[in-house]
Design a protein around this ligand. Structure first.
Ligand code: NAD
Ligand code: DAU
Length: 331
């Protein structure tokens, strides 16, 4: 199989490429990545010789047409992915998440190539803390931020291209990932690298917001299950029953570092901050037989902390600029 991986130098995409090279030697991987601030070729150290790497944008129609014409399957991770950035400057989110996905869809339509679209649970909006409901594939779309609304729009483009043009596509909407190679702007790596530096973790507001954490390796195993066995036109929700409040994440991380669990700073809240996400992944489990392997969240966090301790050269160059950006919004 020839596989084109967009966004393969980002957090989830790079983990997907490592996992694919390790477990599927029959797959010829080409990565297309624009190497924005969030993309880093050093995330692919160890697999560079096993893959082809192309630097470029998913919104570049000529380049995308050529690469899609040379592949059997596209898995589309590339996106602007950070909510806080989308509040400061939404335009790159429209360009990459909407125009980029449109550009890929037109190319897979022309070449008859199978397409898997990576999306987020944030397209469904948020839930009350005491709501027994979880998101299912039938939950109405109700995105809150410029990031989640552009992801919602990209999902709807995929659905329309399936129905109107017969494109062979699937969609997955996953909850919050954690693990190696995640950018230091994101919640868990930001707190881990603060703690390594002896700086107190920073909680938005009271920290009561709940995220449904899943290890990135479990997300990517689900993506492969969908590429292998998913039904064209279907949407699969990916989640591992990992609901945890931000406060509890910070407390656990502080304990892992041997610090007082309540020694953190409360900082300005995110405007429009989604309260709770929760995924019902029973369709994925029942239909495709997927189950998560990393079910002990504390053990997963400990392994992630260890990864950031050992790989300071990977994250250190981005840290100061990220903190300077957060300082401007009092976060
Ligand atoms: P990331 O920000 O770490 O990586 C994004 C990658 O896309 C980077 O390598 C970047 O250089 C690349 N990119 C950005 N614009 C591009 C363009 N125009 N052309 C080509 N490449 C471009 O993001 P991530 O956290 O790895 O997320 C990957 C995908 O998974 C996204 O689609 C995101 O919406 C989705 N997702 C993320 C999570 C999560 O918790 N991180 C959860 C569910 C879904
Ligand atoms: O749910 C899936 C989504 O998860 C993905 O689609 C996004 O790409 C990904 O970035 C993530 O979005 P969140 O906004 O949930 O993730 P983030 O890491 O930015 O924040 C997680 C929670 O932690 C959120 O409630 C905000 C809070 N937070 C974040 C930061 C950076 C803090 O309390 N302090 C912080 O310093």
């Amino acid at each position: 199989m020839r596989l084109l991986v967009t966004g393969g130098a980002g957090f989830i995409g790079a983990n997907f490429v490592h996992q694919t090279v390790r477990e599927r030697p029959d797959v010829a991987v080409t990565v297309l990545d624009a190497l924005t601030y969030a993309g880093d070729r050093s995330s692919l150290v160890g697999v560079e010789d096993a893959i082809a790497f192309v630097e470029g944008s998913v919104a570049d129609a000529g380049l995308v047409d050529r690469l899609v014409g040379e592949t059997d399957v596209v898995v589309h991770f590339a996106a602007e992915s950070h909510n806080d950035n989308s509040l400061a400057d939404p335009w790159p989110f429209v360009q990459t998440n909407l125009v980029g996905t449109f550009t890929l869809l037109e190319a897979v339509r022309r070449h008859g190539v199978r397409f898997h679209h990576i999306s987020t649970d944030e397209v469904y909006g948020d839930l009350e803390l005491d709501d027994p409901a979880k998101f299912t594939p039938d939950t109405p779309y109700d995105p809150s931020s410029p990031y989640s609304s552009t992801k919602a729009g990209s999902d709807l483009l995929v659905r329309a291209w399936v129905r109107s043009f017969g494109v062979r596509a699937t969609i997955s909407n996953c909850s919050n990932n954690y693990g190696p190679y995640q950018h230091v702007e994101k919640f868990i790596p930001r707190q881990v690298t603060n703690l390594i530096d002896g700086v107190r973790p920073r909680l938005y507001g009271a920290g009561l917001n709940v995220r449904d954490w899943i290890h990135v390796a479990d997300h990517n195993a689900a993506v492969w299950a969908i590429i292998d066995r998913g039904r064209v036109g279907e949407t699969y929700l990916i989640g591992a029953d990992g609901e945890t409040s931000n406060l509890d994440v910070v407390r656990t991380l502080s304990e892992v570092f041997g610090r007082d669990a309540d020694d953190f700073d409360q900082v300005a809240d995110r405007p429009g901050h989604d309260l709770r996400y929760a995924i019902d992944a029973s369709k994925l489990r029942d239909e495709l037989g997927w189950t998560p392997r990393f079910t002990d969240f504390r053990a997963g966090l400990e392994a992630t902390v260890e990864w950031y301790r050992r790989n300071e050269a990977w994250w250190r160059p981005a840290k100061a600029a990220v903190e300077a950006k957060y300082a401007k919004t009092g976060q």
